[in-house]
Design a binder for this molecule. Structure first.
Ligand code: ZN
Length: 468
């Protein structure tokens, strides 16, 4: 252990002075962790110098008649990956009340989304340490580079938290980059009569006076961008899928009737996906179906994807398959977004093929021949190289991403293709992976095939490939 450089009083014995200088010379002093992880699209997202292993979030939410109020206490357990004199957390908005590291008050300051924490004592490399941040305020709704909204979305009498790519920093301080995954306990206290739904499994529900606390536990690693909280009035249904997998659905009462039929297919979709993609990666599943005006898009929040309004079957399949590709195998950076969306989109094609719809080949051909009629941006950039942070959710990432997978399938045949997609989910289960790892994996699984044209033209090449 070392301390921040102390002032040495002139009366201090020479020997002790020498000792302190030696300690400095031995290089045991920490340095500040980086303020970002240099993501190619969101360079300030995440922070250097530590790795979070667990988030314990205690939130109290009052929707109220005026500005909604969130009071939070976030305790992060993290491991230092370098000796640290200071480190950053990402938090956008909210008023910070106090920060403690290992039980001692820490100095802190804020600059934009960076909350810089200076612990009283330097942290050693490899040390596990706990940081508690107390904060309150009205959480922000953030506007993404593509104009869509995320973060904390107030709803009629409640709220919905969505975090792709960086919205979760609006409601809790953390290491908000997909490369740092952790387990979670999220406890949300709300006015009695409302429900708070989150990721993982509901451990307890306790009413005291006019407030009810819902405690949720996520035991498998989760990226911050797929963390969620939904507060409101929901019809709750609990059931089990084959194999005993718990299914927990929360549906806005206005959507209950319309969604009954499609949600009844969740067990069947999970079974189909297990058969194609391997074991389901988490301890529970389900959905949150909110009112149509709460959000602009569905999101694959872990265990329990969120839908604004009753989903159609294809969208339900898409978000549930994201549990394998996106939530369990998570991109190493936002450049690798196609590893999420290409897979989830291709799963829609496969579902159609397996259920009396068009074959994936036919879907591919229709896109190749006429895709730009539906979206002129289909060929705007290659899936593995989005043209900027405002384009990581554009059509090429989804549709061209799915076309890359179809090209692989054409090359290796069905048996090997399913070995590849299942093997990929198994090899990086609960972890992170990037595009270079994916192409290397495909080449390893089919060593006698040549993929160089697929990579060059379909994955990384500009414009519409000349050959299908
Ligand atoms: Zn998706």
């Amino acid at each position: 252990m070392s301390r921040s450089a102390p002032l040495v009083p002139s009366a201090l014995p020479v020997l002790l002075t020498a000792f302190l200088l030696t300690a400095c010379g031995a290089g045991v002093h920490g340095t500040p962790g980086a303020e970002g992880l240099r993501d190619p699209y969101f360079p300030k997202a995440g922070n250097g110098g530590y790795d979070v292993t667990h988030y314990d979030l205690r939130l109290d939410y009052a929707p109220g008649s005026g500005a909604p109020r969130l009071t939070g206490e976030a305790t992060l357990t993290a491991r230092a990956t370098q000796s640290l004199s200071a480190f950053d957390l990402d938090l956008d908005g909210m008023d910070v009340q106090s920060v403690e590291v290992e039980g001692s008050a820490a100095r802190w300051n804020r600059d934009g989304q960076e909350l810089t924490v200076r612990p009283r004592h330097d942290l050693d490399r490899g040390e596990t340490f706990r940081t508690t941040v107390r904060y309150r305020g009205t959480p922000r709704t953030l506007t993404d580079p593509d104009g869509s909204h995320e973060g904390w979305l107030p709803t009629r009498g409640g709220a919905l938290a969505l975090g792709e790519p960086v919205g979760s920093m609006a409601w809790f301080p953390g290491n908000h980059h997909p490369s740092d995954k952790a387990t979670y306990d999220i406890t949300v206290t709300v006015p009695k009569g409302l429900r708070a739904v989150s990721n993982g499994e509901l451990r307890s529900e306790r009413t005291s006076g006019d407030r009810t606390a819902y405690a949720w536990h996520t035991g498998e690693p989760m990226a911050t961008y797929v963390a969620t909280v939904a507060v409101g009035r929901y019809d709750i249904s609990r059931s089990t899928a084959p194999g005993g997998l718990p299914v927990y659905t929360a549906v806005a009462p206005t959507e209950a009737k319309a969604s009954r039929k499609v949600l009844a297919r969740i067990p069947e979709i999970i079974e189909w996906a297990r058969y194609n993609f391997g074991p389901y990666p988490f301890s529970s599943t389900g959905v949150i179906v909110d009112r149509p005006d709460t959000a602009e898009y569905a999101l694959e929040t872990q265990n329990r994807p969120v839908f604004p309004g009753t989903p159609d079957l294809e969208t339900l399949v898409h978000e549930l398959v994201h549990q394998w590709y996106g939530d369990s195998v998570t991109p190493r950076s936002w450049r690798d977004m196609w590893l999420n969306e290409g897979f989830a989109t291709y799963a829609e094609w496969l579902w159609g093929e397996d259920h009396g719809g068009d074959s994936a080949q036919r879907t591919f051909d229709a896109l190749y021949d006429h895709g730009e009629d539906d979206d002129p941006d289909l060929w705007a950039f290659p899936p593995a190289k989005p043209s900027g942070p405002g384009h990581i959710s554009d059509t090429p990432v989804y549709q061209r991403g799915a076309m890359v997978l179809h090209k692989i399938r054409q090359t290796v045949g069905d048996d090997r293709f399913y070995d590849i997609v299942q093997g990929w989910a198994a090899a990086h289960r609960h972890g992170n992976a990037d595009t270079a790892q994916f192409t290397a994996y495909v080449e390893k699984m089919a060593p006698h095939q040549d993929f160089s044209t697929i990579w060059a033209d379909w994955l990384y090449g500009e414009g519409k490939p000349a050959h299908r």
